[in-house]
Design a protein around this ligand. Structure first.
Ligand SMILES: C[S@@+](CC[C@H](N)C(=O)[O-])C[C@H]1O[C@@H](n2cnc3c(N)ncnc32)[C@H](O)[C@@H]1O
Ligand SMILES: [Zn+2]
Length: 267
């Protein structure tokens, strides 16, 4: 049974060879690498097409070393509270590390979808596992059927309330991971003269909070290469002022703080 929906008319999408199609004959390509391109042209034009290639490669190299697995385990522990088989959608999946690892840990009985607006990121994701539904698409127009998802994860990415409400099952979990004030505070101190703190009150979603907790931990980045990758995968790298450039030359192994909020919502 299809869980995918046409981004134009929201009718179910059926796979036919190298394309997928709805009953209204809207047709989308399945790329050679195995991902589906369900991003509409107007969405491409009006949205940030995603992170730069440099940043994606850095994030993949960093995440592949397992540095952020403690965050992954927090999310997986929440998903484990639900009885399977589950339809799981990872919104803004980037280059697919977390989606892939969720499947590795939680197993094949569930159906996994990873969606990102960046074609480049999704193409990288296909290298992990071809059996995940990798989708180039927009979180503001999610190409899945109404109330088809048991779990939607959104890790460090933009969300759209209406679309979350439409796609999640009545008893489903929306797992939202956001950065807290001290997240990567050491990196911020390296780069900025003055570190601004912002309140998290804007990122509360208007759903019932089933569970919410902060997760804080210090991790040790082992060497210069990994530290540079961490820096490059954050927006901070692109904000380094000229006079702070020497930070990059002297960067070495360092301890950094992970400080995130994991909130499980029910619609
Ligand atoms: C900071 S990255 C996080 C990636 C991954 N979840 C992680 O934690 O490593 C944010 C991701 O959201 C994606 N993104 C931004 N706007 C989007 C949208 N409207 N729809 C889908 N994905 C979007 C970006 O392309 C990027 O891959
Ligand atoms: Zn259609």
């Amino acid at each position: 049974m299809s869980i995918l929906a046409c981004p134009k008319c929201h009718e179910p999408l059926e796979i036919e060879g190298k394309t997928c199609k709805c009953i209204n004959n809207h047709c989308y390509d399945i790329a050679r690498q195995g991902y589906m391109n369900l991003l509409l042209n107007p969405d491409k034009a009006s949205n940030n097409p995603g992170d730069s290639k440099e940043s994606l490669i850095a994030r993949k190299a960093y995440l592949d070393k397992g540095y952020y697995d403690p965050i992954l385990f927090e999310v997986v522990n929440e998903i484990k509270k639900k009885e399977g088989p589950l339809n799981i959608l990872d919104l803004g999946c980037g280059e697919g590390y977390y989606t892939y690892r969720m499947k590795q840990i939680l197993g094949d009985e569930n159906t996994y979808c990873g969606l990102d607006i960046s074609k480049l990121a999704v193409r990288m994701a296909t290298q992990y596992d071809k059996s995940i539904h990798w989708i180039v698409g927009n979180s503001k127009n999610i190409p899945v059927l109404d109330h088809s998802m048991d779990v939607i994860t959104a890790m460090f990415t933009v969300v759209n309330q209406e679309e979350l409400a439409r796609c999640i099952k009545e008893d489903g979990y929306i797992i939202h991971v956001t950065a807290n004030r001290d997240h990567l505070i050491e990196i911020k101190h390296l780069i900025y003269d003055e570190v601004k703190t912002k309140s998290d009150k804007y990122i509360r979603l208007p759903f019932n909070v089933l569970e919410s907790h902060d997760f804080k931990k210090t991790i040790s980045i082992k060497n210069r290469e990994d530290a540079l990758n961490l820096l490059k995968m954050t927006p901070h790298y692109y904000h380094i002022k000229k006079e702070k450039r020497d930070v990059l030359d002297t960067l070495e192994a360092l301890d950094v703080t992970i400080d995130v909020k994991i909130t499980v919502y029910r619609p």
